[in-house]
Design a protein around this ligand. Structure first.
Ligand SMILES: NC(=O)c1ccc[n+]([C@@H]2O[C@H](COP(=O)([O-])OP(=O)(O)OC[C@H]3O[C@@H](n4cnc5c(N)ncnc54)[C@H](OP(=O)(O)O)[C@@H]3O)[C@@H](O)[C@H]2O)c1
Length: 364
C-alpha cells in the first residue's frame, strides 16, 4: 500500500499561489486537496491552470481549514492578512507555508510565534531566494571558507514595483503595505543575513540598525513601464520608494541593504560578499584559494535576475518544507528565523523617526 500523501490547502488564489500549487503538485508526498480565496472564480482558475481534478473550493477560510485531511496550509493572501491566517492555521494544528512579508507589525509577529509554538506545528517563510542556485552556491562557498570570514555584505532589491502587480493596490498603501523594505526589500535583508551567517544553514542575527529613506516616487501619480521605456499615470506609493539600511550582525560583520522601487530599469538583485580571504560579486569569485588567479572566476548558474514568480525556486522551498514536516525537523527559514529579518524592517522605521541607531531585538 502506498504512503498517504500530506493534504494541502492553498489560501489566497492569486499570482504566487499558482507556483505553490505547482510545487506541491510535483512533490511526491503532497496533494493539493483544497483551495480557498475571496472569490470562487480565482480558486477555479488556479485549479484549471494546474490541471487539478477533485479539488474542493472555499470562500470561507475557517470552513477550508476544517476540510478533512489537510496537513499543510500555504498562506498566499496579501500581507495584512498573514498574521490572522497563520494564527488560525496553527490553532487548527496545520503546518504552514507563510508568504513574505509575514506580518505588518512586531505585535502581529509575536502573536504568530506564540500560536505556532503553542500548536507545535512546522513553518517555512517564503524567502524563496535561499533556494536560488546562485544563492545556494554563494552560501556553500562561504560555509566552505572560500572567502574566509565575511566582514561585509551588500544586497539590493531593485524593482519597479507598480500597478503591473496584482497585489499593488493593497501593497502600495501605508496601512496594508507599510514600507518598501517590508513589501519587497525583505528578500534582500534575508539574503544579507543568509550570506553573513557562518554555518551552511545559519542566517546571521542582526544586533543594530541605522537607516535612511528617500527616493522620488512617494505621492507621485506616475510609474515607469520598462517594457515600453515610458512613464504612465498610476496610483501613487504612499511610502518612500528608496530605503538604505545599515546593519551590524552579531558576528561583527556589517550589512548594507537597499530597496529601490524608483529604479528606471529592469529588475535586478545585486549581491556582494566580502571576506578576509576573498570576494564574491554576483556569480564572480576572487579567492586566495586560487593562487594563480588572473581574473574573476565566473560560475555559470541561475542568477536571481527575474521578478517573475515562475522563475523563483518554489520547488526547492516546498520540497525542503515537506521533508521538514515528514521528518519532524525545523526549517532554517521558519517563522522564528524570519522574525529576525522582519525586525530589521521595523527597526528601520524607528530609525527614520528617531534619526538614531536602533538595537535588536526590538524592545517589546
Ligand atoms: N516569495 C516571493 O517571491 C513572492 C512573490 C510574489 C508575491 N509574494 C507574496 O505573496 C503574497 C500574495 O501576493 P500575490 O502576488 O500572489 O498577490 P495577488 O495576486 O493579489 O493574490 C492574492 C490573493 O489573495 C486573495 N485575497 C485577498 N483578500 C482576501 C481575503 N480577505 N480572503 C481570502 N483571499 C483573499 C485574492 O483573492 P481573489 O482573487 O479571490 O479576490 C488574491 O487572489 C504577498 O504577500 C506577496 O508579497 C511573494
Amino acid at each position: 500500500m502506498g504512503e498517504k500523501k500530506l493534504g494541502v490547502l492553498v489560501h489566497g488564489a492569486g499570482w504566487v499561489a499558482g507556483e505553490h500549487i505547482k510545487a506541491f503538485n510535483a512533490n511526491p508526498h503532497t496533494e493539493v486537496v483544497a483551495i480557498s480565496s475571496r472569490k470562487r472564480s480565482s480558486c477555479e482558475r488556479r485549479a484549471a491552470e494546474a490541471g487539478l481534478q477533485g479539488v474542493t473550493f472555499y470562500t470561507d477560510y475557517e470552513a477550508a481549514l476544517a476540510h478533512e485531511g489537510i496537513d499543510i496550509v500555504s498562506v498566499c493572501t496579501p500581507q495584512h492578512l498573514h498574521a490572522e491566517n497563520t494564527i488560525l492555521a496553527a490553532s487548527a494544528g496545520k503546518h504552514i507555508v507563510i508568504e513574505k512579508p509575514i506580518a505588518n507589525s512586531v505585535a502581529e509577529m509575536d502573536a504568530m510565534l506564540k500560536a505556532v509554538q503553542r500548536a507545535g506545528v512546522k513553518t517555512v517563510v517564503s524567502f524563496v531566494l535561499r533556494w536560488n542556485p546562485l544563492v545556494e552556491t554563494i552560501k556553500a562557498l562561504v560555509a566552505d571558507d572560500a572567502i574566509g570570514n565575511v566582514y561585509c555584505v551588500e544586497t539590493d532589491y531593485q524593482h519597479d514595483i507598480a500597478s503591473w502587480w496584482t497585489g499593488y493596490e493593497d501593497a502600495r498603501t501605508k496601512e496594508k503595505g507599510v514600507s518598501a523594505m517590508l513589501t519587497g526589500g525583505c528578500h534582500a535583508l534575508d539574503a544579507a543575513r543568509w550570506f553573513a551567517g557562518e554555518g551552511r544553514y545559519d542566517a546571521a542575527t542582526p544586533v543594530e540598525v541605522f537607516a535612511y529613506a528617500g527616493g522620488w516616487r512617494k505621492g507621485q501619480r506616475i510609474e515607469f513601464n520598462y517594457y515600453t521605456n515610458s512613464f504612465r499615470e498610476a496610483p501613487p506609493l504612499e511610502y518612500d520608494d528608496l530605503e538604505i539600511v545599515l546593519i551590524r550582525f552579531d558576528s561583527g560583520a556589517l550589512g548594507k541593504v537597499s530597496v529601490n522601487y524608483g529604479c528606471v530599469m529592469p529588475y535586478m538583485f545585486p549581491i556582494e560578499v566580502f571576506g578576509d580571504r576573498g570576494t564574491i560579486k554576483d556569480n564572480r569569485v576572487w579567492s586566495q584559494k586560487f593562487p594563480g588567479q588572473k581574473g574573476w572566476v565566473e560560475i555559470p548558474t541561475i542568477l536571481p535576475d527575474s521578478a517573475d514568480v515562475s522563475h523563483h525556486p518554489f520547488q526547492g522551498q516546498i520540497n525542503h518544507f515537506v521533508d521538514c514536516v515528514r521528518n519532524g525537523q525545523e526549517s532554517h527559514c521558519n517563522l522564528e528565523d524570519a522574525i529576525k529579518t522582519h525586525e530589521i524592517v521595523f527597526a528601520a522605521q524607528q530609525s527614520y523617526a528617531t534619526k538614531q541607531p536602533v538595537s535588536l531585538p526590538l524592545a517589546r
